[in-house]
Ligand binder design. Structure first.
Ligand code: CNA
Length: 291
């Protein structure tokens, strides 16, 4: 298969001394864990949310809609809540790259925290769309511990079995506003840390130019959600970019570069093949038995 030949080029880049890998990831790196992505036909979350009778699929991440009807978001949050899933081979590849001193950063759109569960250090992970780790009242901004929201979700799910779930929403003890995890909804700002870190990382790439040993791997994303989708196009022209996705997307399709490597297959197939090329199979196996 074409991607299997191309992977040798990626292995060669990673094998270089002082190689730095920057990863830009999306829902496709977690589908193997049992978490549906948004847009895959038939299995994507938007397809599954149809049964909740949303006026339009993205309404589940719309603050105004959430205010009127929190049920679809609560249902989705129950499906995605951290702790229910184990990291994929691709997540473990990130840990392996870190162990080898080759992981510079992981920018992720995912809210499932599986990069951290795989053991990637907090300072290396940028959760561009937030996560379930922090929660706040959408009216007065009061911050709530993770376990407050988690407990409420559990109560909601227990009641849902008896169809008595309609007014179990988590509300603020100060102002009765709804409590929501700091997951970025449409129209909300991305965390400042996302912009600051990318400014630093991309500036460094530009400064180093041809001297840079960095390779950027974009994996499991349709590159349709902005501003995240802009990152690959902002990568310095001297830095090789690799796309690992079921289909060619975004800037790889619109503005392909001669140095691009496009691997149109599953993220886990690439992880497996890459560790074979690099002779890291045993270490990957050990990580897999630990998770
Ligand atoms: P998306 O728009 O659903 O795109 C996913 C992409 O991954 C598609 O191009 C698929 O073809 C591809 N894909 C699916 N499975 C695989 C696989 N096994 N290997 C390789 N490629 C695969 O998702 P994006 O991340 O691009 O969209 C951004 C949204 C999705 C963010 O706001 C996320 O918060 C949100 N999301 C996150 C999760 C999660 O945390 N796991 C799940 C679903 C959605």
């Amino acid at each position: 298969m074409a991607w299997e030949k191309e992977i040798a080029k990626l292995a060669e880049l990673v094998r270089r001394d002082n190689c730095n890998v920057v990863v830009m990831a999306g829902a496709g790196i977690s589908t193997a864990c049992g978490i549906p992505d948004f847009r895959s036909p038939g299995t994507g979350l938007y397809h599954n949310l149809a049964k909740l009778k949303l006026p339009y699929a993205e309404a589940v991440f719309d603050v105004d809609f959430f205010r009127e009807n929190p049920k679809p978001f609560y249902t989705l949050a129950s499906e995605l809540y951290p702790g229910k899933f184990a990291p994929s081979k691709f997540h473990l590849l990130l840990k392996l790259l870190q162990d080898k001193g080759k992981l510079k950063r992981v920018y992720t759109q995912n809210i499932d925290t599986l990069e951290r569960q795989a053991g990637v250090e907090a300072d290396k992970v940028i959760e561009a769309h937030g996560s379930f780790a922090e929660n706040h009242c959408i009216d007065c901004g009061k911050v709530f511990e993770m376990n407050v929201f988690k407990k409420k979700l559990e109560e909601y799910n227990a009641a849902a079995k008896n169809a008595q779930n309609d007014d179990l929403w988590t509300r603020c003890d100060e102002c009765e506003g709804l409590i929501k995890p700091r997951i970025v909804f449409f129209g909300e700002n991305l965390p400042k840390r996302f912009f600051d870190t990318w400014d630093d990382d991309s500036e460094e790439l530009t400064k180093l130019g041809k001297k840079s040993n960095t390779v950027v791997i974009v994996a499991g994303t349709s590159l349709t959600v902005y501003p995240f989708a802009m990152l690959p196009e902002e990568v310095d022209k001297h830095t090789p970019r690799v796309l690992v996705n079921r289909e060619c997307v975004g800037d790889f399709k619109a503005n392909p570069r001669d140095s691009d490597i496009v691997l149109e297959t599953s993220a886990d197939d690439v992880a497996q093949k890459l560790v074979e090329e690099l002779g890291w199979e045993e270490e990957l196996q050990t990580l897999m038995t630990e998770h």
